[in-house]
Ligand binder design. Structure first.
Ligand code: ATP
Ligand code: MG
Length: 480
């Protein structure tokens, strides 16, 4: 069961593993070899090492051993836990190490998938070769096997060359690949967004042909891939891939009006809406809620477009209608309640922070922050990213408003925190302790002790030290 491997090179891959990952790779590699089985690292870890980029935490392996044998060999390697929920599909999972330094490994038997009809579930066939196993994988960059002991590569589909060119290419016939499993369509956009790869032409043409097939996969899986597209470093390219191929409309029909206009080159202003959306998404931090909100924030503009008497375009109420669209989209995709509610809220309020003026009262700022509640930071991040005017003075002015609002709120927070800092001894305590009638000495002492608390020299609960300090203070200030 050996396969021809390339010459071992100074191991680009093994050297990049963490010591804990490397230990797992070595132990498993030796154990499987001693039992007469092949074992290879495969998938993200090999791809990301070749790019090179930060490696994923998890190790994916492929092996000639059948799941039962894999389980025995893995148990022999002293894992913290073994899980077998994927056994039917050939996968044994294991967790190695202690919680602070854990390594998750998934070891899957060489397998081929057979798709009898258009149902969601392929039948799995074991007992195939390494090459057969690699040929059922989605993209050439994900279909490279690496020996866990030497780092030598086995790359029958030219994945290394494609990685060097930053190219995502389906393994074999792209139409067959996407027909077998439409999730691969979204995985392609996800890899564009995460890796910055371009999609091979033939692969992209096939994606466009299969865009409608998304209805064959579960909405949970669609949502998970879309969120990964949204949080990638090259999110604009990822989203543009979705739009160009028709996948965006297919996955999020609520964005169809925005996406459709982007295709109409002649209508300058409308095309600008989609380009604006891409810029805004790219300028937000890569957190799911704010990125989803950025994608959907102007979704209702094409539906609410109106014209002022002077001919100026307006989009009255697009925030409210947009919030409804966002809520509907995320409910359909079965997003958890918090994400759906947060995105709705951010979209609905997205225009509010730009109305800020430096003369806003503290209570106006507090009311806005209270209304935003848990999405306050996301809201400010979206509002700041939403400033994409081509006119520099407008851009500067709007950015200054958001920054002003942020500072105003931060100042209120600091003041509130200060207000909570008090002298460990109040007036009653002091009167009792010193057995004196009330007078200016109390205020003076409380101020002295509170300053020490603010400085961090005295803790608010430390009444004993406070009392000693108060005595010293009074002794040093006999006039009080
Ligand atoms: P990540 O860094 O996100 O883990 P990955 O490429 O490792 O990326 P996984 O979902 O962990 O992605 O899958 C591991 C490997 O299994 C992939 O690299 C690919 O070879 C194969 N694979 C996963 N999902 C599919 C699929 N839907 N169709 C074909 N091959 C797939
Ligand atoms: Mg992986």
């Amino acid at each position: 069961m050996t396969s021809p491997l390339s010459e071992p090179r100074p191991s680009f891959l093994l050297d990049r593993l963490t010591p804990a990952q490397r230990a797992v790779a070595t132990t498993l590699g030796e154990g499987f070899r001693a039992a007469g089985h092949d074992l290879f690292l495969v998938g993200g870890i090999v791809r990301d090492a070749l790019i090179p980029r930060d490696l994923p935490a998890d190790l994916d392996f492929t092996t000639s051993a059948i799941p039962e044998e894999t389980k025995a060999l893995v148990e022999h390697a002293n894992p913290a836990a073994v899980y077998t929920i994927g056994e039917r599909f050939g996968t044994i999972g294991a967790i190695f190490g202690d919680p602070s330094d854990r390594v998750d490994a998934e070891i899957t038997t060489y397998r081929a998938e057979h798709y009898p009809d258009e149902t969601r579930f392929p039948t799995v066939r074991f007992g195939v070769s390494l090459d057969d196993d690699l040929s059922r994988r989605d993209f050439t960059s994900n279909a490279i096997a690496a020996d866990p002991l030497t780092g030598a590569l086995h790359d029958p589909f030219g994945g290394e060359g494609d990685i060097a060119q930053g190219l995502l290419r389906a393994v074999g016939d792209p139409d067959e690949r996407f027909d077998e499993d439409p999730l691969r369509l979204l995985r392609a956009a996800r890899f564009v967004s995460q890796l910055g790869f371009a999609i091979d032409r033939e692969t992209e043409v096939a994606m466009t042909r299969h865009a409608d097939a998304l209805d064959r996969i579960s909405v949970e899986r669609i949502l998970a891939e879309l969120t990964q597209v949204l949080t990638g470093d090259y999110v604009a390219e990822g989203l543009e891939t979705l739009r160009r191929t028709g996948l965006l409309e297919s996955a999020i029909p609520e964005l169809a009006p925005l996406a459709a206009e982007a295709g109409m080159e002649s209508r300058r202003r409308e095309k600008a809406l989609w380009d604006h959306t891409l810029r805004v998404v790219s300028q937000t931090p890569p957190r799911p809620a704010v990125r989803w909100a950025a994608l959907l924030h102007d979704a209702a503009k094409p539906l609410t477009r109106g014209y002022d008497p002077d001919g100026e375009v307006n989009f009255i109420g697009h925030e409210r209608v947009g919030a409804d669209l966002a809520g509907r989209a995320l409910r359909r995709l079965k997003a958890d309640r918090t994400l759906a509610a947060d995105v709705r809220q951010i979209v609905e309020m997205h225009g509010r922070p730009t109305a800020y003026e430096p003369d806003w009262t503290d209570s106006a700022v507090r009311r806005l922050a209270l209304e935003a509640g848990p999405v306050w930071d996301d809201l400010l991040d979206l509002a700041a990213a939403d400033v994409t005017s081509a006119q520099e003075y407008k851009q500067t002015r709007a950015a200054a408003r958001i920054a002003g609002l942020r500072h105003h709120f931060d100042r209120l927070q600091e003041e509130a925190a200060l207000d909570r800092l008090q002298s460990p001894l109040d007036g009653e305590d002091l009167k009792r302790l010193f057995n004196r009638p009330p007078g200016p000495w109390i205020k003076s002492l409380k101020t002295y002790l509170r300053e020490l608390v603010i400085d961090g020299a005295l803790s608010q609960g430390d009444t004993a030290t406070a009392e000693a300090l108060a005595r010293e203070y009074l002794a040093a200030n006999p006039s009080l």
